[in-house]
Ligand binder design. Structure first.
Ligand SMILES: [Zn+2]
Length: 235
């Protein structure tokens, strides 16, 4: 299906189907959008920032050199964040990305470290997957954050070279092998000497972000930061 067709169907769906809270399904009251007030108050914010070391930074120790990693929310397997992200990725609720990006951008916008960022880049989907879904679920989130921070947003800085299946069940070596050259830099975009913020949805092992950062390795003057909607907390 064409992108525009998927978009129209999604828009019609949004108008016709009454939408409840994407966290708990409760009926949304006047003034509530995407999440009810209860879910909004219960959502597990990580409260991570770009100054203090956190559990997200530690995922990448010894694997890839980055400046800083921040995740907006904690992903729990039965809860508000899981439902939100599921709707965003698989139920055509693209606007959830705007909602989360607006919220996250508001929290981050006064952070002086982020003033150094030159470019916001989403983790891309493979062309085939993008056509199937009709949108990259990371784009709206990343765009909203870029707008709040007044930073340039570049949708196509990275290109995904293979259409990989979900890799969470593979062991670490197989994932590593599978992730070699998984992303390529778009050579129409200049990144030398730039501070790049790479944005993703949910991080479990960090392998995808690691592969994205590796794509920038050829440009050794690039400094990498990560931001994600949510991270799975190791227990
Ligand atoms: Zn709710």
């Amino acid at each position: 299906m064409n992108n525009w067709f998927v978009k129209i169907v999604n828009d019609i769906n949004r108008i016709l189907v009454p939408i409840g809270c994407f966290g708990c399904n409760a009926y949304l009251r006047k003034g509530e959008r995407t999440l009810c007030t209860v879910c909004r108050n219960q959502i597990p914010l990580t409260e991570q920032n770009f100054h203090k070391e956190n559990s997200f930074d530690r995922i990448f120790y010894g694997r890839v050199v980055i400046k800083k990693a921040v995740s907006f929310l904690f992903f729990t397997h039965n809860g508000i964040v899981k439902n939100l992200i599921h709707n965003l990725k698989y139920k055509n609720q693209e606007q959830i990305g705007d909602f989360l990006g607006d919220w996250c951008g508001t929290l981050l916008k006064n952070d002086p470290i982020l003033q150094k960022i030159d470019l916001v880049v989403p983790v891309p989907l493979h062309k085939k997957k993008l056509n199937k879904r009709g949108y990259n679920q990371v784009s709206n989130f990343a765009k909203q954050v870029a707008t709040h921070l007044n930073i340039k947003y570049e949708e196509n800085a990275l290109i995904k070279t293979r259409n990989t299946k979900t890799q969470t069940k593979k062991n670490r070596f197989l994932r590593w092998q599978n992730n070699q050259n998984l992303f390529q830099l778009n050579n129409e975009i200049t990144v030398q000497n730039k501070n790049i913020l790479i944005v993703d949805d949910v991080v479990t092992t960090g392998a995808t972000l690691e592969a994205c950062a590796n794509a920038f390795k050829t440009e050794n003057s690039v400094t990498i930061y990560f931001l994600t909607m949510a991270m799975v907390e190791k227990t």
